[in-house]
Write a protein that binds this ligand. Structure first.
Ligand code: F6P
Length: 329
């Protein structure tokens, strides 16, 4: 956390990294919380690239009308490789200052916060981070904006797959997103009644899973669903299916949910979280606080310095995988 003394007159708000349902609700909260305090807001289109391309747009009260329910991000987003270089960050700050933007709200994940931290360290440009990613892999908040919606989207898919799995007596492997973390897989798997959940943080052997499926078959179970996190690369489900086939002869159907988990109208939980965190980000800037991420700990709004949010691992609840396995007899 850091303090700055300059008066906040115009906030720049942007979304960065993978889009997440609820980002629009967060933008709306930032804009309206600022405008009611007579602080101007510019939207920066396309994340950090927009700073380099001077792609700014004035946001008024009506600019964020009718967006709370919309997925994606009205400000566009992206991952900006140029921003890894200090000379581009210096150019971005020059462009922001030319535009009259004196502080920023960054809605994104840990990669986005790494850029934000650099802007503060190198140029003392005040920024508050709002955690927006479906992956939920950011330390300092119970959940990130978009996680709940992604889990519910994955769950709806599992429920549908279960219908066809049961009708054909089939084994399915459903792969969900989450990059290197298993938060989505754990929640979707437990809520969807999966037989086993594969996550990078808690590897289980294919042998163990094969044993379990065989035992289930002898007990009369005719269809099963395994959930796997994508891990480091999408397509992990196909590797698993092949290993299971080789070890047991069972043919598994593979379903990779992919980017559909990133889209769709945000759930009430995500809209509420986004509204709370977006408004809190503005309040923190007005108090002269920066270089931190705002998060939710139950009913409380909490803050975490960027370097801690970026460098501390958030642990999945491995009990979820054990419980799913235990209950899917
Ligand atoms: O970080 C969000 C996320 O959807 C991850 O779950 C996934 O691994 C990644 O983004 C996919 O990125 P892209 O849209 O660039 O393929």
């Amino acid at each position: 956390m850091a303090q700055f003394k300059t008066e906040v007159k115009k906030i720049g708000v942007f979304t960065s990294g993978g889009d997440a349902p609820g980002m629009n609700a967060a933008i709306r909260a930032v804009v309206r919380a600022a405008l009611t305090q007579n602080i101007k807001v510019d939207g920066i289109i396309g994340g950090y690239s927009g700073m380099l391309e001077e792609n700014f747009t004035v946001l008024g009260l009506r600019s964020v009308a009718n967006v709370i329910q919309r997925g994606g991000t009205i400000l566009k987003t992206g991952r900006c490789m140029e921003f890894l270089k200090p000379e581009y960050r210096a150019k971005a700050v020059e462009n922001l200052r030319k535009q009259g933007i004196d502080s920023l709200v960054c809605i994104g994940g840990d990669g986005s916060f790494t850029g934000a931290l650099a802007l503060w360290n190198e140029h003392q440009f005040p920024i508050i981070g709002v955690p927006g990613t479906i992956d939920n892999d950011i330390f300092g908040t119970d959940n990130t904006i978009g996680f709940d919606t992604a889990v519910n989207t994955g769950l709806q898919a599992i429920d549908r797959i279960r219908d066809t799995a049961a009708s054909h007596d089939r084994l399915f492997i459903v792969e969900v997103m989450g990059r290197n973390s298993g938060f989505i897989a754990c929640s979707v798997g437990l809520a969807g009644g999966a037989e086993e959940i594969f996550i990078p943080e808690n590897p289980i052997t294919v042998d163990k899973v094969v044993e379990k499926i065989k035992a289930a078959v002898t007990k009369g179970k005719k269809s099963s669903i395994l959930v796997t996190a994508e891990g480091q690369k999408p397509g992990r489900a196909y590797d698993l299916a092949e290993q299971i086939r080789k070890k047991s002869g069972f043919e598994a159907k593979v379903c990779i949910l992919g980017h559909q988990q990133r889209g769709g109208s945000p759930t009430a939980i995500d809209r509420i979280l986004a509204s709370r965190l977006g408004a809190a980000a503005v309040q923190l800037l007005l108090q002269g606080q920066c270089n931190l991420m705002v998060g939710a700990d139950g009913e409380r709004i909490v803050t975490t310095p960027f370097d801690q949010a970026i460098n501390t691992e958030k642990h999945v609840n491995k009990d979820f995988t054990n419980l799913a396995s235990l209950l899917s007899l």
